[in-house]
Write a protein that binds this ligand. Structure first.
Ligand code: NDP
Ligand code: OXD
Length: 310
């Protein structure tokens, strides 16, 4: 019987209990802080875990993150030698794909312009319909989520390029990688999507220099983490017209403070970290598979490599 501890500031415990016990009926699901004898706990399911909670579980075999990003896990609190597995959930990925398709198409087909015209009862056809095949969308991070986003954009007909840490060959997607690949990658991006993990190497990546490397008037979409971006640099680039629009889902401080200029800037479309969300129903198979893999001595999918930071 698996004993699983749910240690999360995200109150979805009943959903996870139902989804996990449907797959493994004998599962003993305990919710922090009522963990009973914590020495019995073999697996922990975590999102921003309460400080010190994991240290009470000396027989932990695996930690599974409820999020794809593990930047909010305090590494110093992860027990040494206990593998950490990040979330891989088809619904989480699908939600991210939907978000980016919508954000790109909305700007690509000038919907904000036509909405303004409608409010003024003005019949104004604007410029020509854009040439999709000659519009480049760049995706930074082409892992599980970014790869799916890039393929979906390619299916729509955009010219798609990806930027990653290591080289990748994906059919129909132009690949760039590493620090040296960033400037040539950005040079053609009408829309640049950030879906990177937050690591020491990616923190602060979207700064004034980065924005100056994009074509004038480009559209930035950040659905990675707020820490990827210098928010003052984004505002300055929007004010100067260097950046045409920013679609932002993640911020340095969440919730975004009411006085932040992003709320009212006409060049910003803002959502409150909802680009996607893991559902218990669709994420539960990954949790069970991770627990079984570790128990059977196999490498689980989504194993975090702390040396890389993701
Ligand atoms: P993956 O680990 O599957 O992919 C990460 C990608 O980023 C890989 O292509 C990797 O390169 C690339 N990468 C990492 N470091 C660098 C670097 N220094 N330079 C260039 N590329 C780099 O992660 P996922 O796709 O599952 O998730 C990505 C992120 O999306 C999460 O970490 C999280 O921050 C964010 N997210 C946000 C959500 C939201 O609602 N806003 C929801 C879900 C996730 P390589 O392939 O070479 O390893
Ligand atoms: C995640 C998130 O990392 O929801 O999964 O941000």
């Amino acid at each position: 019987m698996t004993v699983l501890g749910f240690v999360s500031t995200w109150d979805r415990a009943p959903d996870w209990k139902a989804a996990l016990t449907a797959l493994e009926p004998g599962l003993d699901f305990r919710i922090d802080p009522e963990l009973g004898d914590a020495r019995q706990i073999e697996a922990a399911l975590v999102w921003k875990p309460r400080p010190g909670a994991l240290a009470t579980m000396p027989n932990l075999k695996v930690i599974v993150s409820l999020g794809a990003g593990v930047d909010s896990l305090r590494r110093e609190e992860m027990p040494a030698d206990v593998p950490v597995v990040r979330m891989i959930d088809p619904q989480l990925t699908r939600g991210m794909v939907e978000y980016v398709l919508y954000a790109v198409l909305r700007q690509h087909r000038y919907f904000p312009f036509f909405e303004d015209k409608q409010r003024a009862s003005a019949w104004d056809q604007g410029g020509p319909v854009p040439d999709t095949a000659r519009t480049t969308v760049g995706v930074m991070g082409i892992g599980v989520i970014g790869g799916a986003i890039a393929r979906a954009l390619r299916e729509v007909g955009f010219a798609v390029r990806g930027w990653s840490r290591t080289p990748h060959a994906v059919e129909g997607i132009e690949g760039f990688h590493g620090a040296d690949g960033l400037a040539p990658f950005l040079a053609e991006c009408r829309h640049a999507v950030c879906v990177l993990p937050l690591t020491p190497a990616t923190r602060g990546l979207i700064d004034a220099r980065f924005l100056s490397l994009l074509p004038k008037g480009a559209h930035l979409i950040n659905i990675g983490r707020g820490g990827h971006a210098d928010e003052a640099a984004i505002l300055a680039a929007l004010d100067s017209g260097r950046l045409g629009h920013a679609t932002l889902d993640v911020f340095h401080q969440e919730p975004l403070p009411a006085e932040h200029r992003f709320w009212r800037h006409p060049g910003v479309t803002l959502t409150p970290h909802v680009a996607s969300l893991t559902l218990a129903r669709t994420g539960a198979p990954h949790v069970i598979a991770a627990v079984r893999a570790v128990r059977e001595g196999r490498r689980p999918d989504g194993l975090v490599d702390w040396a890389r930071g993701y």
